[in-house]
Design a protein around this ligand. Structure first.
Ligand SMILES: Nc1c(NC[C@H](O)[C@H](O)[C@H](O)CO)[nH]c(=O)[nH]c1=O
Ligand SMILES: CC(=O)[C@@H](O)COP(=O)(O)O
Length: 168
């Protein structure tokens, strides 16, 4: 079933993000798409209570470099979650497959190796129109969906802090 709407969320079901620090690593390939994803993510984090100063953004050349960029950000910043933003569009060759597989496996590896949830905000589309539809178009904005995921995962990462604070 095709994507319905990526932008809908119910704040009543989302923890407050005021105490969390977020990283966002953004691919420079297809900037007209990734900039919209980035804006959607930032706006949503702020709407969920995040403080502007607690959102750190870095750019990388392409989606394949998202993995290294996220790794270096994890190693240099104290973060509660990272959003990896990219847009890969099928071209004439199999390069699309390898970029998508590489960034997917790399982000999985980061989630396993480090204790910072890395959110997969990479549009892997057959056509430019599919990317437009999912980055603020008729199907919503994947950046919004991923910001909500980042807040929820940051809360899970900090569950021990919450339980300690209430004496469990
Ligand atoms: N074709 C797309 C790319 N290709 C570039 C790679 O991501 C990478 O930067 C290069 O292979 C050097 O390592 N990247 C995208 O993000 N989107 C594309 O559609
Ligand atoms: C998806 C990509 O990596 C992009 O560079 C596709 O280019 P190509 O037409 O050479 O497959």
């Amino acid at each position: 079933m095709a994507t319905t709407n990526l932008s809908y969320y119910d704040k009543a079901t989302i923890p407050n993000a005021k105490s969390f620090r977020f990283g966002i690593v953004v691919s420079e390939w297809n900037p007209e798409i990734t900039k919209n994803l980035h804006k959607g993510a930032i706006d949503t984090l702020l709407d969920c209570g995040a403080i502007k100063e607690n959102i750190i953004s870095w750019d990388v050349p392409g989606s394949f470099e998202l993995v290294y960029g996220c790794k270096k950000m994890i190693q240099s910043e104290k973060l509660d979650a990272i959003i990896a933003i990219g847009n890969v569009i099928q071209g004439e060759t199999k390069h699309f497959d390898f970029v998508c597989e590489g960034v997917t496996q790399g982000i999985i590896d980061l989630n396993v190796k480090y204790d910072v949830p890395v959110i997969f905000c990479v549009l892997t589309d057959n056509t430019k129109q599919q990317s437009i539809d999912r980055s603020g178009g008729k199907l919503g904005n994947k950046g919004i969906e991923c910001a909500v995921a980042a807040v929820k995962m940051a809360a899970i990462k900090n569950l021990h802090r919450i339980s300690d604070s209430i004496g469990f």
